[in-house]
Design a protein around this ligand. Structure first.
Ligand SMILES: C[S@@+](CC[C@H](N)C(=O)[O-])C[C@H]1O[C@@H](n2cnc3c(N)ncnc32)[C@H](O)[C@@H]1O
Length: 283
């Protein structure tokens, strides 16, 4: 059903405007915006129109379509960044109970990890805490976590590693004093990630729709609650590219509602939303 522009709105936002937003977002970021997200798109973009002192959505969309500097702000406004420390905690249990012991047994002492679509950083910091708390002494291991996102705002916040106290309530017992510094004075109420975690992680801008300047191979990839915004064809291509960047027995972790198609030949399901690269997968 087509909705008419709602007159109570401060700026007119028609179906045609919404279609233009959808087209640009899909073309650049692969994000497929459902038809019922028109209000959401208005609310997210109207702030930019006010900040830029523009008169209407036509002006704004012309700026976006001709890419005159507003483009990254548009993408930042339109991404959904919901995340949390230790979200889907069974993934972190699998890492400490299965992956770390496997690496220790192999004697390799080297781990390369990619958090693709890392948002505000809770995911890669949770990974770092998991590695440091697995019971295995990894102080002499060569461990690197690459954390990437298309949204430059969330990346800047992730690099700072400052979180309100209420975000860290979910941390396992003892992690807060061990890995975070408590804010004082004007930072009271916030905590900051300590140097030990920061040093394990590199945050970088990376659009999954473009070239990936990554060498790999990775021991495992977290790409959770990201592919849900893409269509099937895009998901299929991404899975193929991720499989190529994983070690032969590497793992892929996806979000709770992102189960891979049964016939995906690159991965086999080995746990709840945990996949292992299937080198025999008939490619
Ligand atoms: C809902 S968050 C998920 C965060 C985290 N992985 C988790 O599960 O808690 C999705 C993230 O994917 C990012 N994203 C969306 N499209 C992207 C793209 N084309 N390339 C890279 N990141 C993208 C968004 O900016 C957002 O930060």
């Amino acid at each position: 059903m087509h909705s008419n522009p709602i007159q109570q709105r401060e700026f007119c936002f028609t179906d045609a405007h919404f279609k233009r937003v959808k087209t640009v977002l899909y073309a650049h970021a692969g994000i497929l915006l459902a038809d019922n997200k028109q209000d959401m798109a208005y609310n997210r973009l109207v702030r930019r129109i006010r900040e830029l002192n523009l008169q209407n959505f036509d002006q704004y969309l012309e700026d976006i379509e001709s890419d005159i500097g507003e483009f990254s702000q548009f993408i930042n406004a339109m991404t959904t960044n919901l995340t949390a420390f230790f979200r889907e905690s069974h993934h972190f249990d699998f890492i400490s109970k299965t992956i770390i012991p496997q690496v220790a047994l192999s004697g390799k002492r080297r781990l390369r990890i990619w958090s693709a679509g890392c948002s505000l950083g809770e995911e890669p910091y949770s990974l770092a805490m998991t590695l440091l708390s697995s019971g295995q002494d990894i102080s002499n291991w060569d461990v690197r976590i690459l954390a990437t996102d298309i949204d430059s705002d969330v990346l800047n916040k992730a690099r700072l590693g400052v979180y309100p106290q209420d975000r860290v309530g979910v941390l396992p017992k003892g992690y807060l004093p061990k890995f975070f510094l408590k804010g004082k004075g004007c930072s009271a109420g916030n905590v900051q990630v300590g140097a030990e975690l920061m040093e394990m992680i590199t945050f970088k801008y990376l659009n999954l729709m473009e070239q990936w300047p990554l060498k790999g191979p990775f021991d495992f990839i977290f790409c959770r609650n990201v592919m849900i915004y893409f269509d099937k064809n895009t998901q299929r291509k991404l899975l193929e590219r991720m499989a190529a960047l994983l070690k032969p027995d590497g793992y892929l972790f996806v979000g709770h509602s992102e189960a891979l198609a049964r016939h995906d030949s690159h991965f086999k399901l080995i746990g709840k939303t945990i996949y292992q690269k299937d080198s025999q997968g008939g490619r």
